[in-house]
Design a protein around this ligand. Structure first.
Ligand code: MG
Length: 399
């Protein structure tokens, strides 16, 4: 085999994973690194390694059967948590590349950001939070961190995925003060009013660009939204006007795709432009200056921020609170609550390994320890698995 010329590829001598990054980006060489130290990767940067660990995690695979807005079995074309996460990563990488940010870190954060979601989306989380009210509650974002820090169990030397500090920082979007106090350096920003890295800020905005745009697409596809209704939102009406004047007579799905494409493009262009303006004004010397800057740097301009907020409001009323979605919400609530109560009443219904852990945690930290194991187990379920477990319990002859 002919060897690659020395100047190409990752094996080139002197390959620097931080090459090409702006000063305000997260650089591998100044990272606090991992909680458990490990030998450096051979063919990848540390953040590529994080991304790969996330892709190979079982919680990542399960996202394909978890609800975004529509329950997984309602139709094959709707977004699931998995396709949502891929769309978030795609959008964020584009922006990261344009701003000299660490694309691999951004990608890792985006792919991991929803790992802690329960089955049935927000309805499932709300139900589980109620069940856990006496035991510290349940919140999907904290759960995403819990998944990568503890619940993935596949490495010989540690629990979790032992990710880089900045990947964990990006996953943890919000955190109450009492929890933050227990998280050491990771929780510090919530106590001291610091910002996260630009990569983390960007992943957050990319998340809302992705769901605002794809929920319009899915909502129209499902017949829960109408183009004429959406045109009440001035931002959408402008997009509609631009697309229909460029393509007179365009109708049906193609019109919707063109508008959604236009919407993503408008958000992305504006995010890059406004973030660039803020970077020029703030001129942060490094990521430490970004964190201490007191203000978000990755953001929309005021005009597009208004359009984005109006779109989100419209979707809240028109889609997320649509009767057909609420029917699913109520069903999800019943299923999650019934599962939690059944496992609390009779831990023998849990798989043996989970039951053993519940018993061990009960001995160590009482009823809350046991309840947390049950919540982790339910949160890890896919929609269809939760439905099937619930059906089995309801049947006259439980297995
Ligand atoms: Mg998301």
């Amino acid at each position: 085999m002919t060897p690659l010329p020395a100047e190409f590829g990752r094996r080139a001598s002197g390959w620097d994973p931080d090459r090409g990054l702006a000063p305000w980006a997260v650089h591998q060489k100044t990272s606090p690194g991992r909680l458990v130290s490990e030998p450096p990767p051979t063919h990848r940067s540390e953040f590529q390694r994080d991304r790969d660990r996330i892709i190979h995690a079982s919680s990542f695979r399960r996202l394909v059967y978890k609800t975004q807005v529509f329950v997984n079995h309602e139709g094959d074309l709707y977004r699931t948590r998995l396709t949502h996460s891929l769309e978030v990563a795609q959008i964020a990488r584009t922006v990261a590349g344009a701003l000299g940010l660490n694309e691999y870190l951004v990608e890792a954060v985006c792919l991991a950001h929803d790992l802690g979601h329960t089955p049935f989306g927000h309805a499932g989380q709300d139900a589980l939070n109620r069940c856990m009210a006496a035991h510290g509650g349940f919140e999907h974002n904290l759960q995403s961190l819990r998944v990568v820090d503890e619940l993935e169990r596949k490495y010989a030397h540690f629990d979790g995925l032992n990710l880089m500090f900045e990947t964990r920082e990006g996953i943890l979007k919000h955190c109450p003060a009492d929890r933050a106090a227990k998280l050491g350096e990771l929780g510090r920003r919530f106590l001291e009013g610091l910002q996260p890295s630009l990569e983390a800020q960007l992943a957050n905005v990319a998340d809302s660009i992705a769901y605002t745009s794809h929920d319009v697409d899915d909502g129209l596809r499902a017949g829960l939204l109408e183009i004429d209704g959406l045109r009440e939102v001035p931002f959408f009406d402008r997009l509609y006007g631009d697309v229909t004047s460029r393509y007179p007579g365009l109708a049906g799905r193609r019109l919707i795709y063109e508008i959604v494409r236009e919407m993503i493009g408008r958000f992305v262009d504006d995010l890059i432009g406004e973030t660039q303006r803020r970077l020029e004004a703030a001129a942060p010397a490094d990521v430490a200056a970004v964190r201490a800057g007191g203000r978000r740097l990755a953001a929309f301009s005021p005009d597009i921020a208004t359009g984005h907020r109006d779109m989100k409001r419209y979707l809240l009323e028109g889609l997320y609170r649509h009767e057909r979605v609420l029917v699913m919400t109520r069903r999800a609530d019943r299923i999650v609550t019934a599962l939690f109560q059944a496992y609390e009443r009779d831990p023998a219904l849990l798989p043996a390994e989970v039951a053993a852990m519940a018993a061990a945690r009960e001995t160590a930290s009482g009823a809350s320890g046991r309840a947390r194991v049950i919540a982790d187990y339910i949160a890890g379920m896919t929609d269809r698995y939760a439905i099937s477990q619930h059906e089995q319990m309801d049947s006259p002859d439980p297995p």
